[in-house]
Write a protein that binds this ligand. Structure first.
Ligand code: PMP
Length: 407
């Protein structure tokens, strides 16, 4: 049953009213991008209809209002993550840009040839490729925490992998491909005890459960707006102020400088130092509205509800002939990845689409993980606060039809 806190959320998402191939839309591709509530759409419309102006440099009223709304949004993200100060939130284009910023501005100046960066085998390409590029530039080495057949982190060698050569640990909180929730807190604590700075990829975490950066003890945390009911092209980097203070700029341009001469430039304090040029103003304001929406429903309530929904989905999907759920079905958030006999995941996705059911098939930007699991691709159904047990029933029924076609 749907708890009171979530009883009315479907009505907040206008797109859920539309039809796909003559069938009601069942949207189960939330790990790729969530739909947007009317509150976010209205906030962006209101911004353009009433306040639109460039920020930070204007003395006129519109610019003052737009600046106020942009900075207020920063405060909302700070409180959402329980950052100690608003200045610990840098607006970026998303998770990908946040990781690249940390790699370039924080980690690169600290690296010598032979140093190591530690990630895991279940990372998204966004938390692999920036480190590979960094290793190419510096002669550092990328080390990988393996995963078990159940797609949990295999920590049997963690004590050796995290060693005196390790200069940075960058881990995903929740796997986008499989839904595994990693017990990151002890790993972050062990890194901290050894003086290794840490980044948590929370792109698939902050929309599903309460996340508190101070409680977790990470140095950096990254997220994308479009996965948490906000706009695309905007995301955030949380960084401990002490670390941000010591970091060099990522990009150069307007708004991030204190003074410029042809001989050289000086830079603003964080977070402005890392926000060169005119930012994605309405994106930041829209992300603030998304965070308000999430907090209004309540992350505890969302977590409880989605956990029950996933358990129900695991049970229903297990009834489908030939369907194999990948990974440990306990300890899972947001997503269920599966294969079905010899059916190609793209064909499964195509048949489901004709039934109005949107899922994703492919490597989910986790090619190394797919190689580890010995599959070229999986089909993935991913859930959010507006999905219902009826959505799961429609998915299961459509999968049963699909299995008749292919099995
Ligand atoms: N990390 C994880 C765990 C993700 O799920 C994603 C998006 N699929 C990313 C990083 C990259 O996010 P973005 O494309 O929004 O930058």
């Amino acid at each position: 049953s749907i708890p009171e806190a979530l009883a009315h959320v479907r009505a907040d998402f206008p797109i859920l009213q539309r039809q796909v191939h003559g069938k009601p839309l069942v949207y189960l591709d939330n790990a790729a991008s969530t739909q947007k509530p009317q509150h976010v759409i209205d906030t962006i419309n209101r911004y353009y209809a009433n306040e639109n102006s460039n920020i930070h440099r204007g003395v006129h009223l519109l610019s003052t209002e737009a600046t106020g709304a942009y900075e207020e949004a920063r405060g909302k993200i700070a409180r959402f993550l329980n950052a100690a100060d608003d200045s610990e939130i840098v607006f970026t284009r998303g998770t990908t840009e946040s990781v690249n910023l940390v790699a370039h501005s924080f980690v690169e100046p600290r690296l010598q040839p032979g140093d190591e960066i530690l990630i895991s085998a279940m990372e998204h390409h966004a938390n692999i490729v920036p480190w590979q590029l960094l290793c190419e530039r510096t002669g550092a080495k990328l080390k990988v925490i393996p995963v078990t057949d159940d797609v949990d982190l295999d920590l049997s060698t963690f004590d050796e992998l995290l060693n005196e050569r390790t200069k940075f640990l960058s881990l995903t909180y929740v796997s986008n491909a499989i839904g595994t929730v990693n017990d990151v807190k002890p790993l972050l604590a062990q890194a901290k005890a050894q003086g290794v700075p840490t980044l948590l990829d929370a792109a698939q975490a902050v929309q599903h459960m309460p996340v508190d950066v101070q409680e977790l003890g990470c140095d950096f945390l990254v997220l994308s707006g479009h996965k948490i009911y906000g706009p695309t092209g905007i995301g955030a980097l949380y960084g401990r102020r002490e670390l941000l203070d010591g970091m060099r700029p990522y990009q150069g341009g307007g708004d991030m400088i204190s003074h410029v001469t042809f001989e050289g430039s000086t830079f603003k304090e964080p977070p402005s130092r890392f926000e060169a040029g005119t930012p994605h103003i309405e994106g930041a304001i829209g992300l603030g509205a998304a965070v308000d929406y999430l907090s209004g429903v309540g992350l505890e309530a969302i977590h409880d509800y989605e956990s029950q929904l996933i358990d129900y989905a695991v049970a229903k999907l297990s009834e489908v002939d030939g369907l194999r759920i990948i990974g440990n079905p306990r300890n899972r958030s947001g997503a269920i990845s599966f294969t079905m006999g010899e059916a190609h995941p793209h064909d499964i996705g195509t048949v489901l689409d004709t039934e109005g059911v949107a899922i994703r098939s492919g490597h989910h930007c986790c090619e190394p993980l797919m190689q580890r699991l010995g599959v070229p691709a999986t089909a993935r159904a991913s859930f959010s606060l507006y999905n219902t047990p009826e959505d799961v029933d429609t998915l299961a029924a459509a999968l049963k039809k699909t299995s008749l076609l292919f099995m």
